[in-house]
Design a protein around this ligand. Sequence first.
Ligand code: MN
Length: 491
Amino acid sequence: MKKYVSLFIYLLILSGCTNPGGRSWMIPVTIDPSDLDYTPSSMESFEGRRQLLSDSLSSGYVILRSADQGSFNRHEFRPNNYFYYLTGYTARGSYAILGPEPQATFTLSMPPQSIRTLIYEGGELEEEELMEKYGPDRTLSYREIRALIDSIAKTDTVIYMDRSDRTFLADLQRMAGENGAARFRHIGELVDELRVIKEPMEVEFLQKACNITAKALTNVMKECRPDLYEFQIESVIEGTFLEYGSAMPGFNSIVGSGPNSTILHYEPNTRLMEDGDLLLMDIGAEYGYYTADITRTIPVNGKFSPEQRTIYQLVLDAQLAAIEQMKPGNMFMDGHMAAKEVIVKGLTELGLITDPASPWQIKFYILYPSSHYLGMDVHDVGEMGGSFSTFMEQTPQESQESRVLEPGMVLTIEPGLYFREKGLEQLHEIFGDEADSLEIAQFIKDVGPVYEKYMNIGVRIEDDILITTGGNINLSRYAPKEIEDIEQIMR
Ligand SMILES: [Mn+2]
């Protein structure tokens, strides 16, 4: 029976059903950690990835380890993304080596075991089970694989490893010694392109991560009221994640109210919320090592003020225009450009921009490119066809040099507007090189009285979009974002 339920959900995803479930906001999320089980079909996926990799690994080795520096600031242990992507194995303190053709081999090490680890962490798989489940050509003990890595590092071969794992890089360099000629290159060169196009299994994890996150957001909408602390909202969010089997957030939850809603990466979450505040939540549950990244902005007291409503609707219109552009054949930055056009027009009509052709006036409000890839990393790996600064300088009229969208990509779209209290005062400092001070002074004089009305309003609306052959599917469609829906749930 369960098989058919998940089949049905999958068909729903494939058919691009965007009905958010009607007025009751039924979010299809179940407590079912068995969907994380490592099965023969997931084993095929991991095998397929290693096969693709070995095709491009002409000579040289891939050496990865399951734990990295970055894991230490997580709430719970999780394996290194590259290690997991290629092995499916999640034990702490394990190594994988992929050797070059013709005798391409996949070596996996048993994690170090002692009576102490048995007592504190429990036992790991026996060698036989490891072989059967993860399909390495051979397994080695921790000591044996360290010795093998040491001997490979001392040759003059190319070694692909995760260069963001600084500790392991230093470790390898030390093994190579002063005369070592081994060249350490980033594994991303071989793997990032594979990670850009998501397989059905990856999409299912992302969909579930999004559904759990949507559930958390609607729970907040029901619980939110003035005189709660931001961390109490954070506890509703992360409590919901845990409730549905998400071990931890994919990144630190941003829960900013009032003035904090204007701080892009606000994280302390310690303020007492007041009547009349907006609350901005940029959050993501992680499921099966894939993370959602959804932002919703709501009125703390359940009803948008006229000023909040104006800015909110403008950002929402921009976001909807952007999502329409997210289809195969269009460019990675087309969504951002569409959002930018709507926002610049809206701000001009409101009297917040005096010259819609002025690059610095636009950059004063539009602070970042609105899209990034999403996957195992919240800012997932992969070539976007341009850099932050080139994307920021482009105008909608200019030819866009970002990358063509393809089915299977998952990217976010997150336009926002932030009226920092001291925003206008900072103009000379930010744009002193681009605009002359008389021009800036005139802008402050013209815009100041309007800007004041919107002070401390920060609005960001972020969805996670899967590009399909026919267009796109909004994976975060179950998180309400229309004004009337939010106000109805908060009533
Ligand atoms: Mn994001």
